[in-house]
Design a protein around this ligand. Structure first.
Ligand code: PMV
Length: 331
């Protein structure tokens, strides 16, 4: 395919999982919301045979043929950047074009804390590179970005790439697709990033071990999770915040049962409830990461909640978040 232009920009939002993380990998429903924090990508065609990525995490690396080299940063740079270079390479291969690229990543989404930053990077890079050739199709972006995300963690449900591509609130079942949820009331959400980074791949495999050892219990927990997500779907549509908050609390207990919460998360979830949240739970893979809380939609409740939690949570932060309805954007 012929190049339409020599540079492009795209951005994609992060996400929170409101219900059903981990169980979603085993074909149970999950509810996700895209959030108003994004990864921004710019892509320029260069006249080398390399794809180079420069990230504002202070990491630089480049891919030539199938060899990745760290140019700046620790060994960790390879784990983070190599799959992202690969996602750009995949798009070029699909468009039968062998080009060198300079990719710049700027993110206002903290990485490895359950907010879908790797998925958002895969989505934004796929979209930016494909838009060098034509106007990209969202379904195609999603499919390619999800393939790339599987290089980062092989059992990914694909939910993160889906919500980052399409935005909004959605009910997602792996392999079956998604339904957009039209919420009757705007959700008032508080996000607490504990500052403790996690490895989604490790947590997903620890849940698999739990499942293999406790087959019966896992089956019961998965069916409870399914039931919670189904009820939450109805509660969001009806704007029933009280029920939604209760369901979040119930969902957190299931995540404790499968071993992905920890003392710090549990303490913060408790604190959210004492500071007026209607419900709170960990969001994403757990093992540190982030917590999401549903707060009554009025100025006083928001003020009391954020004053009570504090702006900074040792190494992390607490912030109000809004649902992002745009999904991936190409400029
Ligand atoms: O990688 P995280 O922490 O943003 O969360 C991923 C959600 C999981 O259900 C744990 C994994 C998946 O692929 O759905």
């Amino acid at each position: 395919m012929r190049l339409k232009r020599s540079s492009a920009r795209a951005s994609a939002p992060g996400k929170v999982v409101l219900f059903g993380e981990h169980f979603v990998i085993y074909n149970n429903p999950a509810i996700l919301a895209a959030i108003n924090r994004r990864v921004n990508v710019s892509v320029h065609v260069n006249n080398t045979d390399r794809i180079t990525i420069d990230s504002d995490l202070g990491l630089v690396g480049s891919l030539k043929d199938s060899r990745f080299k760290v140019l700046k940063g620790t060994k960790e740079a390879k784990t983070i950047l190599a799959p992202l270079c690969e996602s750009a390479r995949k798009v070029l291969a699909e468009r039968s074009c062998d080009l060198g690229l300079d990719i710049e990543l700027v993110s206002n989404l903290p990485d490895r804390v359950g907010l879908g930053s790797s998925a958002a990077c895969c989505v934004a890079i796929t979209a930016a590179v494909d838009s060098l050739f034509h106007k990209p199709d969202r379904y195609w972006i999603y499919a390619k970005a999800a393939e790339s995300e599987r290089l980062i963690h092989k059992d990914s449900s694909g939910a993160d790439c889906n919500i980052s591509t399409f935005g909004g609130l959605m009910y997602f079942i792996k392999g079956k697709g998604f339904k957009k949820i039209h919420s009757k009331k705007e959700l008032s959400l508080g996000l607490i990033n504990t500052g403790k980074k996690h490895s989604t791949a490790k947590l997903v495999s620890s849940v698999k071990e739990f499942k293999d050892v406790n087959r019966f219990s896992f089956k019961v927990l998965a069916s409870l999770s399914k039931n919670i997500s189904q009820k939450a779907y109805a509660a969001i549509k009806e704007g029933d915040e009280k029920t939604l908050g209760n369901l979040m609390n119930q969902n957190h207990v299931l995540l404790q049962e499968i071993g992905v919460s920890d003392k710090k998360i549990d303490r913060l979830v408790e604190k959210c409830l004492t500071k007026g949240a209607m419900g709170a739970k960990l969001t994403g893979a757990g093992g540190g990461g982030s917590i999401i809380a549903l707060i009554p939609r009025n100025e006083d409740s928001l003020r009391i909640f954020f004053q009570g939690i504090g702006k900074t949570v040792r190494g992390g932060e607490s912030i109000p978040v809004k649902v992002d309805y745009d999904g991936v954007l190409v400029a």
